[in-house]
Every structure is written in C-alpha cells, then in structure tokens.
Design a protein around this ligand. Sequence first.
Ligand code: SIN
Length: 528
Amino acid sequence: MSTPVRTASCDVLVVGAGLAGMTAALEAARTGSVVLATKTVLGDGSSRWAQGGIAVAADEDDVAAHAADTLAAGAGLCDPRAVAALCAAGPAALRALLGRGARFDTDASGGFSLGLEAAHSRPRILHAGGDRTGAVLSAALALAVRRSGVAVHEEAFLVDLVVRDGRVVGADLLLRGASGEDAPLRVEAGAVVLATGGAGQLFSRTTNPAVATGDGLAAAWRAGAGLADLEMVQFHPTVAAVEEPFLVSEAVRGEGAVLLDAAGQRYMPAVDPRAELAPRDVVARATGRAVAAHGGRPALLDATGLRARTGAPFARRFPGIAAMCAAAGLDPDREPLPVTPAAHYLMGGVRTDARGRTGVAGLWAAGEVACTGVHGANRLASNSLLEALVTGAAVAADVAAVAAGADGAPARFPADEVVDLPGEAGVRAAHVPRRDVRAALWEHAGLFRDAAGLAVAAKLLTPEETPLDLAATPGAGRRAHEDANLLLVGRLLVTAAALRTESLGAHHREDHPETPGAPRRRTLRRTA
Ligand code: SIN
C-alpha cells in the first residue's frame, strides 16, 4: 500500500461489524474510544444471514446438556473448558441482547418459542422473525452502535495490520469516499480486535456472503499470529440447488422435513439413528454421496409434511426461506426442494484463548475469524451467534483489563501442535484467478479429501509466474487484495488438510478414514 495520507487514533479499533464486532465495540465503548471499521455497512456480515437462530441453555439445568451436545458434535477436538464457559455465558448474553433491543419469537404462552436443530438433545434454539434471526439481531445491534459513541467507518477495507516491535498497533484501511474512490487511512490503536468473519468465498459453493474472503485471517497471518485447524470447514447439507443458491435452515429438518435422494428414497435413517438430525458433518457427507450417486442430481428436502402436522403453511414458520423459494419458483408446501451441500462455516481460525487474545501482543480476535476451540471439528448448530456475542464481550473485557494495567502478554497455547511454515512468507500476492481458487478448493478440499487431491489443489494454488506483491503495488484495489487473501488462506487450508492424516468431524479423508482417540489442535505459524 502507498503511504497512508490520513491517520486517526483510538483506544480500540474493531474490524468487522457482524454480531461479534458490534458486541465488542459496544462493550469497549464503556471504557474508551472505539473505531469500528467494516468492509461494507454496519451489520452486514455472515451473522446477518443466520437463519436458524441462537442456541442458549433453556435454563440453568440445561447448561451442562448444551455443553455435552457441543462437545459431542465437535468430535473430540473441542476445548472442554472453552465449551463450558460458552454455554454458561449463554443466559447472560441473551439478557444483554434483550437489553439492546433484540426481540425473539414467542409461543402461545408468551415464552420464547424454542426450535430444535441437529445434534441438540432438546429444543433450545431461540429465533427471531421466524427464520431471520441473524438479520433481526444484526439490525438491533447496528441501531445500538449508531446510538453509542462508537465512530463507525463503513466501506473500510482492511489492507493490513500495522506491526511495530512485534506488537499490533493499528491497521491500514482503504476507505471509500463519497466519490467512490478508495483512500488510505491508518488507524493507530491501543488494541485491535479482528471480527472479520470467515472465508466461505474460498469455495465455489457457499452460503457465505461475498464479503467472506478471509481478509482478517490473512492479515493476522502476515502479522505473525498462528492460524489453527483451518482444515475444519463446515459444509451445510441443505443449500437450495437453484440459480441463486440460498440456505435452507437446519431448523426445517428440526420441524420434521426429511431428505430424499433424486430417486425419492429417504437416505438418512440408514446412515445414522438420528437420521436428518444427525450432526451436520454426517448429514452433509451423506447428502454429498446421495448427490454423487445420482450423477450430480440434487437431493430433495421434503417439507411438505409440515403443513399437515402444524396446520400452518411453511411460510408462517419460515417466511425468509419461503420468500426465496417463491423467487426461485419453488413451493415448499407442495414439492420437495432441490438441495446440495455448500461451505458454510470455518471452525478453525486465528488461534485465541478464551479472552480472545492471539499470539501477538495488541491483537485480539472474536467470532468466526477466531479459533477459541469451542467448535472443535464440527460446530453444533446455532452456536455461532452465541459465540459471537460471548467472545465479543470477553474480548472487550480483556482489552479493558489490559488498558487498566493487567498483564497484556500474548496468549500461549502449549497443548497445540505447532507447525512452522517458513515458505509462506506472507507477502500479499495474487495471480491465480479467484474462480480457479474456488474451484480447486471445492473440488479437492471439500467434503471428501485425500492426499492426491490435496496435492493437486496445492499445485493449482501455486502460481507459476512471479506473483504480484501488492505491498509493492501502490493503488492496488480491494478486489486484488481479496484475491490475494483468498489465495493465501486457501493455500494454508490445503496445507492444514494435508497435514491432518485422519478423519475428524468435518475433515474427512477418504485415504485416512480412521478417527484418532485424542486429536490435537494444530496451529500453523509463519516464520520469516
Ligand atoms: C441453519 O439455520 O441451518 C444454520 C444455522 C447455523 O449455521 O448454526
């Protein structure tokens, strides 16, 4: 990037404005000056697209059961202490949300209407606007942020973190002005919080919005932070197989919808006793196999029984999905919906402890960009919004404690296996077209992986020509930075998938079907 022409400073810079970023900003504003920078507009991130809801222990007795379900879904890779803390924090996070104006759907008795999703032992999913939970909560927090003292920079693209003497001291942004031109802005900050979400755009089929290009992951890597368990990508089993694909929430199966193959046969009962409500990785793989067995013809999600069971049309409980079905010419009350799996959520990410501290002083991370260990190898449905709220608040509390004089030493992760990658120097380099990166990842690092395919992907992601180093390319635009970030994170993901020669949760190796007894978290680290 060329020399920034403008600078600003604050106590805390939060990058990303989904639920994690907005929560962190609101909490941090209680004790200091806060700048919130977001790539598009406030509240526009993956959080906004969450349909099913937010998992919160239904009462104190349910906290342990929620934790047990999270650990079981996570296939042995969760950090049990982090999980216990997440589930215990649920009721307080819910109260804070209500205090910020969020409202949830209620039942006839006036209590919260609780949904059921896969791998939950009981209904505990709060939802809002039927199936528009993410949008309703994002709007409530966006309003709260606008009414707070937080300085908001919209259309602000994260180019890189600023590192001085081994410490993150700010970030370089590209800020879009009224004329539509990007201008550089450097924000110096006592603490930087990454809440930039995931990297679903790495895959040619994804539920993620266009902004999910791994910018925070790539910037953290270049700044020297470790990235853990990047191979752990959750694939959602039911994404509508139409021209404009859209998520069909797991909550639809929670309400009784069943999966059929293209020949009309129900396949899940033969795969798992929990059938359509088996953990998401199990249903996604079975659906992938059902699609492959029928020459690529989509599976079918049959929700036609819901109306007979409840007496209400599909649109009453799922108005958002019903509207998208209508736009695609589908009627879920009358016909099964064509569905296929797609990349949905990154369980891995910037390695953080429960306070959101990374391995680099001055840098915290919260939400999908972070890997706190709560999701293990397969995230339990609807735990992501909960994690965003809980870690957003935890990060702000830790930042405030450090500002007040607590030890701000970077986090250490002694139990992790650490792999140093001297080859990945972290330059911002482009030159493999985005569509090729996405196709390579989907084809070779998707639902089913093996060494040969991962080697093909690694080669496809290694440009033959000398890559363009954006650090030395003044005026490089957002798209070029995004492409470089996708390429970098894609390469790291493929490396991580090749290193894990075992099958665990969402990471399925056809050549290594065995599941380890005591899996370890693996953190990749950049060395010069
Ligand atoms: C869904 O509604 O199926 C997605 C919810 C989630 O990702 O937890």
